[in-house]
Design a protein. Structure first.
Length: 175
C-alpha cells in the first residue's frame, strides 16, 4: 500500500513554511481540432499537455454520440475525484479496499440548450453521486463512517459543485 502520509509530508511542510506556494491555478485549453466540424472539440490540461480529451455535442442536441459530451466530462470529473479521494483517504487510514464503485447521474433537459423556452433551464438540474465501497478486511462501523465522511469532505469536485464559486466567462474577438 502506498504511504500517503509519507508522500504528502514534504508537501505539507513546504505549505507550512511557504504558504504562498500552495495556491495553484489549473488550466485546461482548447487543443487543435477540425474547426469545420461544429460537433467535436479537443481540450488538453496544461499540467499534462500530451493528454487530449475529445468531446462533442450530445445526441439530444444534434451530436453524433461518438465521444463523451461536456456533461459526461463534468460527471466523470466528479466520479474520478470521489474515487481517488476515497482511495487516498483509505490508504492514509491504513484501510485496504476490495472494491470501489462510483456512479454519477445528472438530470438534464436538452430543451434548455436548444433555446426552446425559458421554462427549460440550461444545464443540469440535479446530480447524484453514489459510492459503494467493499473492504478487504473487517472494518468497524465508526471507522468506515469516518472514511466515507472524509472522502466526501475532501473531494475537490464535489466541494466545488456544492459551493457558491464565482465563475466568469470572457469572450473576445481575436485580432
Amino acid at each position: 500500500m502506498i504511504d500517503i502520509k509519507e508522500l504528502q509530508r514534504p508537501l505539507r511542510e513546504r505549505y507550512e513554511t511557504d504558504p504562498g506556494s500552495a495556491p495553484l491555478t489549473l488550466t485546461v485549453r482548447s487543443a487543435p481540432s477540425d474547426l469545420d466540424d461544429p460537433l467535436h472539440v479537443a481540450i488538453s490540461p496544461d499540467a499534462v499537455p500530451d493528454v487530449v480529451w475529445r468531446s462533442g455535442a450530445h445526441p439530444a442536441v444534434g451530436g453524433v454520440g461518438d465521444v463523451p459530451c461536456s456533461t459526461d466530462l463534468l460527471l466523470g470529473a466528479l466520479a474520478a475525484c470521489q474515487e481517488v479521494t476515497l482511495r487516498m483517504v483509505a490508504a492514509n487510514h491504513g484501510i485496504a479496499l476490495a472494491a470501489v464503485d462510483v456512479v454519477v447521474e445528472g438530470d438534464w433537459d436538452p430543451r434548455g440548450t436548444l433555446a426552446m423556452g425559458r421554462a427549460f433551464p440550461v444545464g443540469l438540474t440535479a446530480i447524484r453521486c453514489t459510492t459503494t465501497v467493499g473492504f478487504a478486511e473487517e472494518v468497524d462501523e465508526d471507522r468506515a463512517a469516518r472514511l466515507l465522511r472524509s472522502a466526501e469532505r475532501f473531494c475537490v469536485i464535489r466541494s466545488t459543485l456544492t459551493s457558491d464559486i464565482d465563475v466568469t466567462s470572457t469572450f473576445e474577438i481575436a485580432a
